[in-house]
Design a protein around this ligand. Structure first.
Ligand code: KG4
Ligand code: ZN
Length: 349
């Protein structure tokens, strides 16, 4: 079966084609909207929705021609319908539905977070193999910071996540405070590499410790903001040290909670996915973890094709009804709400 997958959950228009007979990706196209939103210093939801309208048909054509096939050779369309920016999701979902309807192809809806979680399964001919299940999977992106236990590709348990901002958002907002542009994660990563290890003690930013498998970044953002205000004019060297110290505070939480989960689930192997999984220091700090190749850590449709392909292999791929809708939230977000109302959270140290 040939699956055509579409993801428009945020600011990238993505289309991929996956062949379940050969278990190979035949196309993997991503068009980023960064050039159009950079001047605003972050994502403008209405703007990215309009960008998807313009670029998605072009990205589809690119994917079909790079696979060397026509739409008639597609057997199934899988579209991300949750979670994400609602306008952006609606564009991709309705585009996918229209394509499926017009060409009499079955279609299903997929969860963007499930896609990220299964992205370690996207391996090229020369890339290393992911570890066997069970996995402790950390997803760290601009929208999510969540920790899961995966018994296998279809069976997962949410362990916990962030109480406020995602790690990627912390990178981007701290970058904004430091005047580093958007998205700031890769810039901070690069700047931090110029800072010697002993300079990481220069600014002691808070590392929230709320409860097991919980993360929190809003206090860190405030701390960096206050420090920058108190310093006044900062030179490039100080800016780099501030960025490296903030990065260190972000990563310390991530590493600590992954290791906590590995100790609690000794049979499991760690995998880390999502845009922040591109971070070179995180890769260095967690040598025991498997990281997908960077192009499959950031948003892509190959991971959505994989989510559908894995279900198809197990006979569990369900066609979605034509009135299927999009949702800004997903099951994992609801688990957050349940957990937070059920248990006192303790003190931030
Ligand atoms: O997974 P992704 O492409 O989109 C979402 O689903 O959110 O993640 C984007 C996030 C941004 O916040 C970006 O700053 C961050 O990933 N990011 C990084 C790096 N590359 C991308 N953060 C830290 N270091 C990097 N090298
Ligand atoms: Zn994502």
């Amino acid at each position: 079966m040939r699956i055509l997958a579409i993801d428009t959950s945020c600011d990238e228009s993505c289309v991929a084609i996956f062949n379940t007979d050969t278990w190979k990706l035949e196309a993997d196209e991503v068009h980023s909207h960064i050039a159009s939103i950079q001047e605003y210093g972050g994502i403008v939801p209405e703007l990215v929705s309009r960008e998807h309208l313009v670029f998605l048909p072009q990205v589809l054509q690119k994917a079909l021609s790079s696979a060397g096939i026509t739409i008639q050779e597609i057997d199934h369309i899988a579209v991300t319908n949750r979670p994400g920016l609602i306008g952006a999701l609606l564009v991709g979902l309705n585009f996918g539905k229209g394509l499926a309807w017009a060409n009499e192809i079955s279609f299903s809806v997929e969860d963007h977070i499930e896609g990220h979680l299964l992205s370690p399964l996207l391996i090229g001919p020369t890339s290393p193999q992911p570890p066997p299940f069970p996995w402790i999977a950390l997803i760290v992106s601009g929208g999510h910071t969540e920790l899961f236990y995966l018994e296998n590709a279809l069976n997962k348990k949410w362990l916990g996540g962030t109480l406020d901002d995602a790690a990627g958002e912390a990178f981007d907002k701290i970058g904004k405070i430091l005047g580093l542009g958007y998205p700031a994660g890769p810039v901070i990563d690069k700047l931090a590499r110029t800072v010697p290890e002993d300079a990481l003690a220069t600014f002691r930013f808070p590392v929230a410790q709320v409860a097991p498998y919980r993360f929190s970044y809003s206090g860190l953002k405030t701390a960096v903001n206050l420090k920058v205000q108190s310093l006044g004019l900062i030179d490039d060297k100080t800016r780099a040290v501030l960025a490296a110290c903030a990065q260190s505070a972000i990563l310390t939480q991530l590493v600590r909670e992954v290791r906590r989960a590995l100790a609690a689930f000794p049979r499991a192997h760690a995998v880390v996915t999502g845009g922040v999984a591109c971070n070179s220091k995180l890769r260095q700090l967690l040598p025991e973890a498997f990281f997908p190749q960077p192009k499959h850590c950031t948003d892509n449709a190959a991971m959505i094709a994989m989510a559908a392909a894995v279900k198809h292999r197990e006979g569990k791929l369900q066609a979605a009804p034509w009135n299927a809708s999009a949702s800004a939230r997903t099951d994992w977000d609801l688990l957050h709400l349940e957990a937070e109302t059920a248990a006192p959270l303790g003190v931030i140290r």
